[in-house]
Design a protein around this ligand. Structure first.
Ligand code: FES
Length: 136
């Protein structure tokens, strides 16, 4: 199986590894077939993703795609980040072997979940604010 130079490079030197304390959104996903797990953390300010970090327990392609997705979402708006597909992540890495494409799906799902989580937290905090206002 042939990996692109870029995949190998991100696998050897993954960018943005770790957790964000007080993240604005967290996405946790797993692939039940291989058992690999990915966690993605995002920080959002004024509708822009200012920081992204990941922790992945998984294969080389899962690590390389997590690393790439954290690079791709930085400085993007929430709307732009929602458009990032697993194919875009794989393409940014110079492609993935066909049997490894499913690993990039994990990266897309982790990002979507982190964005969902961000929206949910925002909804809850504005609901709490409303209640406070109503309570006077
Ligand atoms: Fe599980 Fe790659 S083999 S994500």
């Amino acid at each position: 199986m042939e990996y692109s130079e870029k995949v190998m490079e991100h696998f050897r030197n993954p960018r943005n590894v770790g957790e964000i304390e007080n993240a604005d959104g967290v996405g946790r996903v797993g692939n039940p077939v291989c058992g690999d797990i990915m966690e993605l953390y995002i920080k959002v300010k004024g509708g822009i993703i200012t920081d992204a970090k990941f922790k992945t327990f998984g294969c080389g392609a899962a690590i390389a795609t997590s690393s790439m997705v954290t690079e791709l979402v930085r400085n993007k708006t929430i709307e732009e980040a929602l458009q990032i597909s697993n194919r875009a992540v794989a393409e940014a890495l110079g492609g993935l072997p066909p049997i490894k494409m499913h690993c990039s799906v994990l990266a897309e799902e982790a990002l979507k979940k982190a964005l969902d989580d961000y929206h949910e937290r925002k909804r809850l905090s504005s609901a709490a604010r409303q209640r406070k206002l109503q309570a006077g």
